[in-house]
Design a binder for this molecule. Sequence first.
Ligand SMILES: [Zn+2]
Length: 363
Amino acid sequence: MRTEAERLLKLYSETPGASGNEELVRKVFCQELQGHVFSADRTGCVLAAREEDPVEGPRVMLTAHMDEVGFMVQNITKTGFIEIVPLGGWWPHVVLAQGVTLMASRGRVIPGCVASIPPHQLGEGAAAKVMPLDKMSIDIGAESREQATEEFGVQLGDSIVPATKFQQLAHPDRYLGKAFDNRVGMALLTQSMRALAGEKLSNRLLGVATVQEEVGCRGAVTASALAKPDVALVLEGPPADDTPGMNRDDAQGALGAGVQIRIMDPRALSSRRLVEFVVAQAKAAGIAHQVTVRRGGGTDASSIHLHDQGVPSIVLGVPTRYIHSHHSILQITDCLEAMKLIDVLVRALDAEAVKGLTDFLEV
Ligand SMILES: [Zn+2]
């Protein structure tokens, strides 16, 4: 289980896929879940279903977003530099001088870095300021706009993602890589769907990979219309809060403390009954978990829980340090706890349990 979790995490982490250009991630998802029945909505979200599931059972949506934060080519200067707009949330502090990969048209992968000014040439006071993203550009080594476009195939609208190799750290359970938000969710989704394939369930299990979460949870809107879920488990790589500068004594997202169960963030309140159900199941099964109330952020649950007449939804996460940067760190044992919890929940969400989540007229 652990070896497979590592393999999937590396594969998904190193696959480029900024919001709106999730093609390669989708390909991995479909390849890894061969044998499932696939359908897609019209934004590019994909649903993997099990043929053997009962048609009548409640529809349980297990979902993760495929996209990662990145940039889009906004302009190519005459001297061959690439100007950018962000796709998703970036703190400009973490962008300068980083290595990037530009996904050019015609499938060409172009390496480069974010241009920066050496300290020797920074003007008075400039070193203390944060450079805004619209003043940054990317150097792909092109001599001119013509070379970038005609020879290298770069076009406006091409996407750019961090160039970061997946690595195991000296701590044998910890890994460093890009895009763990949300490729760890994709890895959990894939491995859980595979582990449950062939098992007899009393619900209809729907594995849904969404697009464009990082630009406002957009794919989750159309994916919900496709999946029509009765309950949703949203798999994520949410921010850890056990690092310097955070309140480490009371961390709600510490590496190694287990799967994170999110009660709320500003954009979604998890169904209270679903929270109780999930926490009770985790406790009964002895699964390491940490509950969290977030002051910031938002996930696909913000779109899913408001679908149609509402869908009880909850976010299950593997706490990840330094998300929305080139280098994030997570602990694989948290992935294993998350997978155990997913397994237990999917088996427990039968018609009665799901009905109980929304039976509001019972006295
Ligand atoms: Zn994110």
